[in-house]
Design a protein around this ligand. Structure first.
Ligand code: SF4
Length: 433
């Protein structure tokens, strides 16, 4: 039997793309294997958001050269954001790679395998894994139209293309039939979903439609853009019973001049006003953000504005990145990378320390309360799952994978909660009854 190995790095969009490619290869009769050196088909799904990720992919490609040369019948493919419209440089650097596949565009590989296996894929079937995780991802919009000055994504994933509502709902329903309880609707900017579709449905319409799917207990969406998060979307999140009260709302910087240099399209005041509206509609919302420190020209005073914003908002979590210039972006062309690495590190640590204290304080308020946890798996002999507000919870006791339980919180850290499952949650009882 033909075996395949998918290696994935980067964001959830890449994870979802790999799952869909895996589903296609399964349909063609291939079998997944962990043994990369023995696989007949090896696909590296790449990321270029940071230099470190790109270096890792290049290193792995080099290490696979010998194996490919000793097994010329095997297929080696590079997929994802490392593959732009012009692949000539990649072909020169990695002559042992058979195909270069742009994000989501794995048709060339599928055709190669179809010819090799003598079977064809059923084009009418959604590409859904045969045994998906209990909490999984469904891409709803590809690409991005925003062109933030630091970001390579629009150049690699192209302009925004939304998937029709009916197609997404059908996929969510199929996942529910296969045991999925939680679906995260994915896109680089999910809040702009639908503007390119006939009739202009928006994310609120899509969430409303997915909320009706039998068997699904929770819906989430990732990632939002402050400029496109409408009151309609906020109201939908607040009112639809399956849509979790959790929003990742990247701010990137707290200073207006830096935000303008990043071409984010909003001011700190507008961002704070949006947070106020979200919290008014959902007082218990889990709110996280992304921040870049050391963007070109960012002064220590401007960085203090980011610290101030983080202190004011009190996010549940902040994903911090040190600025790294990406060739081809506007910032790479026009804005010199003039903040030293040591200073970027200092800012990273300062922000991390402040956020750690905030997360700890927020999580401490949950000590002794009960929360519903969807159990997603087991790690270090403990069950683990998430609350509706997306807090990671480790649980003692004999609970079952895929079950939603009510848990009593017995301990907290800045990063997670510890608890004791006390009974199946109401949602499970309702389903069971
Ligand atoms: S909105 Fe996000 S994906 Fe789009 S360009 Fe900006 S940072 Fe990149």
């Amino acid at each position: 039997m033909t075996t395949y190995h998918l290696w994935t790095i980067g964001c959830q969009m890449n994870v979802a793309d790999s799952e869909r490619l895996g589903a296609a290869l399964d349909q063609l009769g291939c079998q997944a294997t962990d043994a990369i050196d023995q696989a007949d088909i090896v696909v590296l799904n790449s990321c270029v958001v940071r230099q470190g990720a790109e270096d890792k992919v290049a290193g792995r490609l080099h290490s696979l050269r010998h194996g490919k040369e000793s097994r010329p019948d095997s297929i080696l493919a590079l997929m994802g954001c490392m593959v732009g419209p012009d692949t000539s440089e990649l072909r020169r650097r990695f002559p042992h790679v058979d195909c270069f596949l742009r994000p989501q565009e794995f048709g060339e590989l599928v055709r190669l395998v179809e010819a090799r296996e003598g079977v064809c894929i059923d084009a009418a079937m959604p590409l859904v894994p045969a045994a998906p995780s209990v909490a999984t991802f469904v891409p709803i919009i590809h690409g991005c139209d925003k062109f933030c000055t630091f970001c390579i994504i629009p150049y690699r994933r192209g302009r925004e293309r939304s998937r029709p509502v009916a197609e997404v709902v059908r996929e969510v329903a199929m996942l529910a039939q296969r045991g999925v309880k939680e679906v995260t609707l994915l896109g680089q900017n999910v809040d702009s979903y639908g503007h390119d579709l006939t009739g202009g449905p928006d994310l609120a319409d899509l969430l409303t439609a997915c909320n009706e799917v039998q068997g699904i207990q929770r819906l989430r969406f990732l990632t939002s853009h402050p400029n496109d998060m409408s009151q309609r979307i906020i109201d939908a999140v607040a009112s639809l019973d399956k849509v979790c009260e959790f929003i990742n709302l990247p701010v990137q910087a707290g200073d207006n001049d830096v935000l303008a240099n990043m071409r984010r399209g909003y001011s700190r005041e507008e961002y704070l006003e949006l947070v106020h509206r979200i919290r008014t509609a959902m007082p218990g919302v889990g709110l996280t953000t992304d921040v870049i420190v050391g963007f070109p020209g960012e002064t220590p005073e401007q960085f203090e504005q980011t610290i101030d914003l983080v202190r004011r908002v009190r996010f549940d979590k902040v994903h911090i990145a040190m600025y790294s210039p990406r060739p081809g972006t506007i910032a790479w062309r026009k804005q010199p990378d003039d903040v030293s690495h040591a200073e970027k590190k200092r800012r990273y640590r300062a922000l991390e320390d402040i956020q750690q204290a905030i997360s700890q304080e927020i999580n401490q308020t949950l000590l002794g309360v009960t929360v519903d946890v969807l159990i997603e798996g087991r790690q270090d002999k403990r069950w683990q799952g998430r609350t509706r507000s997306n807090k990671l919870v480790h649980l003692e006791g004999d609970r079952y994978f895929g079950e939603t339980v009510t848990a009593h919180i017995t301990g907290t850290t800045a990063w997670s909660l510890q608890g004791k499952a006390i009974k199946p949650a109401k949602t499970m009882l309702a389903i069971a009854g």
